[in-house]
Design a binder for this molecule. Structure first.
Ligand code: COI
Length: 404
């Protein structure tokens, strides 16, 4: 049954963008103040980068209060923020974030990948926890300014990028259980390589968790809220202790997500027809940008584009449909489960080698490069688009220069 998602935001809209309360200031890139650091950090060698560990020199920040609206945005040296201990974000988890990446391609241009989708999702997520609305175009312009300033941090190596973490937190300093009418919006940046470590061209293992769920009908699984992640940390530790890399999240036997990623299975109809299946956006699944891109690119092969290394005689059929553990077991028993893979901004596309369920493992074919043919084709094409080597439907957006 399709689940009705809550109205994402209760605010007036202009040109499709959520607006602040009438009479208060909008987020306004023309009022940006930039303070450049006097002590730039040295950039660590890429081999030493671990996901999310190194922060760049600057951050973008703006605050919201109900009287004035959005403050003048500021780019300033990266550093701690000072908050009242009673702040809504600490007490009631009014924390929303996004994951995006900036890439530099062989032409030296800096690009973002489908950033409009991140902005729209962030606005929806903020609305879900009653944080104030913001103009998505304005935030994207500000992010582009930050990325330009930090461009020396973007490794010019395939598979490496600058991970961006736009965040909005509720800062109302009051213990009453009420919407936070004060907020802080900030964006921090971290140079990133392969999420599971450099040289990890291997398939990951998943342990299906039958005891706890990540999301449920009418819940918040379809929004990028920090509160969705905290309860996954203990089950993740437990999966690791049992020898698996990530948790495969289920809901009544239906696959929802894997770790903090979307899940795909590739199932053979016959030699020339393969189904590429991912669970539908029924409110329990995060509408991932990479997920959407994998569906679109799969559906386009071979009629609109030929994905790397895949024959034109092979037809991929993309489906958003319920996927159960029984389906996976049956397809595996019939020899039709060709691949499973997980996708997300941080991981891009990662192959799955083994799924633990009901005390046995579903073992998938091993691939020397760590991805089966479909996962590899999608990974390579997405990276080509991200780095500006392959043009596809305007997905790759060149960052405007500071003067543009
Ligand atoms: C991402 O892929 O950006 C994610 O959100 C996953 C995780 C790093 C939180």
């Amino acid at each position: 049954m399709a689940i009705q998602l809550p109205n994402p935001i209760d605010a007036p809209r202009v040109n499709g963008h959520a607006k602040s309360r009438p009479g208060v200031a909008e987020l306004d890139p023309s009022r940006l103040n930039v303070t450049v650091t006097q002590s730039p950090k040295s950039i660590p060698p890429v081999e030493t980068l671990k996901f999310g560990q190194t922060m760049t020199d600057h951050m973008l920040i703006a605050s919201y209060d109900p009287e004035h609206g959005w403050s003048d945005p500021e780019i300033k040296p990266y550093g701690p923020i000072c908050l009242d201990p009673a702040s809504s974000c600490f007490q009631y988890s009014t924390n929303v974030f996004e994951g995006m990446k900036a890439y530099v391609g062989p032409d030296g241009e800096v690009r973002l990948f489908r950033p409009d989708l991140n902005m729209a999702r962030m606005r929806r997520s903020a609305g879900r926890v009653a944080l104030p609305p913001f103009d998505t175009d304005a935030l994207l312009t500000l992010i582009q300014r930050l990325v330009q300033l930090e461009s020396r941090w973007i490794p010019n190596i395939q598979g490496y990028s600058l991970y961006l973490r736009p965040t909005i937190i509720g800062t109302r300093p009051n213990l009453g259980v009420t919407a936070s009418d004060h907020a802080l919006l900030y964006v921090i940046c971290s140079p990133a390589g392969p999420y599971f470590g450099a040289g990890s061209a291997r398939q990951i293992s998943l342990l299906a968790n039958v005891d706890v769920v990540r999301s449920w009908p009418g819940g918040t699984g379809g929004y990028k809220l920090a509160l969705n992640y905290a309860p996954t940390l203990k089950p993740q530790q437990s999966a690791e202790l049992q020898g698996y890399n990530q948790v495969l999240w289920l809901l009544d036997g239906k696959v929802t997500e894997a770790g903090a990623m979307n899940f795909f299975a590739v199932v053979k109809q016959d030699e020339n027809n393969w189904d590429v299946i991912t669970p539908p956006l029924d409110g329990t699944i995060l509408p991932g940008v990479t997920r959407d891109s994998c569906i679109a690119l799969s559906a386009a092969h071979p009629s609109r584009t030929t994905l790397p290394h895949l024959p034109e005689t092979l037809h991929l059929h993309a489906h958003e449909r319920t996927l159960t553990m029984s389906d996976l077991k049956q397809w595996h028993a019939e020899g039709r489960l060709l691949e499973a893979f997980t996708v997300g901004t941080a991981v891009v596309v990662t192959g799955v080698g083994r799924i633990g369920y009901d005390r046995t493992d579903i073992v998938l074919p091993e691939h020397a490069c760590g991805r089966g043919p479909v996962a590899r084709a999608l990974y390579e094409r997405i990276v080509e688009i991200q780095e500006g080597k392959f043009e596809w439907e305007g997905w790759s957006v060149v960052c405007k220069t500071a003067n543009a």
